[in-house]
Design a protein around this ligand. Structure first.
Ligand code: BTN
Length: 256
């Protein structure tokens, strides 16, 4: 069934949250649309799509977005901290928000650094965060979340899962989206919330053997820890300590 802006706003209102919503049955990418809407209105919107025709993932990958899933993006102002720290921190918050809401629906998830939410080793949700610059200055942030809810997983059944598969029942997409957005902003405004501590607790990548690939090189090592910005600290096979930024590498677990 198709969603509507009114239905999503209604769900947000139930959670005491007011944020304007734009809904599209189909759009290229909600991240791109959220930027356009923000630049047109100078307001922070929640942009939701029934499906995306050009869903974007990290590192230039595409993100399959068929009807039945939750595809949404929202913008918010940057604080005074260093931009990379805010970028990594907001991805971590988004991942934790998804995980926490999934728990409410009885879906147990782990995190693959930096931005994947997994169930039983298969991907349930991906997150794409982007900083938008005004001339040379960081202006605001876009967080885009794609979660497999009731949608088919055409050709990606081996590597992806959905809440439908995990629970055997259809979940209300508008409610799922509203709860995740609400939880994100709740965590963001809670000054006592220890993002890094909470993230470490459920990050399945830590302690694992990983392969790090970037356009320039590839190396193997053990994912030892996260640094103060949320970058992954990898001890390579030759004993070197390498700090891996979330922007430019992909991590593959090579042994569990
Ligand atoms: C990834 O897994 O690499 C990140 C996937 C992020 C997908 C979401 S769906 C909503 C938003 N719009 C996009 O085009 N991408 C994000």
């Amino acid at each position: 069934m198709l969603l509507s802006a009114e239905e999503i706003e209604e769900q947000l209102k139930k959670l005491n949250m007011i944020i304007p919503v734009r809904y599209y049955d189909a759009i290229g990418s909600t991240n791109s649309a959220a930027k356009l809407v923000h630049d047109e209105t100078d307001k922070h919107y929640l942009v939701v799509a029934g499906r995306q025709t050009q869903g974007r993932g990290r590192n230039g990958r595409s993100f399959q977005s068929e009807f039945g899933g939750g595809y949404f993006s929202f913008t918010f102002s940057l604080g005074a901290e260093d931009v990379t720290t805010q970028l990594c921190g907001s991805v971590m918050l988004a991942v934790l928000a998804v995980r926490s809401v999934m728990e409410e629906y009885g879906v147990d998830c782990s995190i693959k650094w930096p931005n994947d939410v997994l169930c039983g080793g298969r991907k349930l949700c991906g997150i794409l965060s982007e900083v938008v610059y005004d001339r040379d200055f960081p202006d605001y942030m876009v967080i885009g979340i794609g979660i497999n809810v009731n949608n088919p997983l055409t050709g990606i059944e081996d590597i992806a899962t959905s809440t439908l598969i995990e629970t055997g029942r259809k979940l209300p997409v508008a409610e799922v989206v509203a709860r995740i957005v609400r939880r994100f902003f709740e965590m963001l405004s809670d000054k006592d919330f220890e993002v890094m501590t909470e993230y470490r607790k459920c990050c399945a990548t830590l302690g694992k053997n990983v392969r790090v690939t970037s356009p320039d090189e590839e190396f193997y090592g053990v994912a030892e820890d996260l640094d103060e910005k949320g970058m992954l600290v990898v001890r390579t096979q030759s004993g070197q300590r390498r700090v891996v930024s979330c922007g430019d590498v992909s991590i593959r677990d090579v042994l569990s």
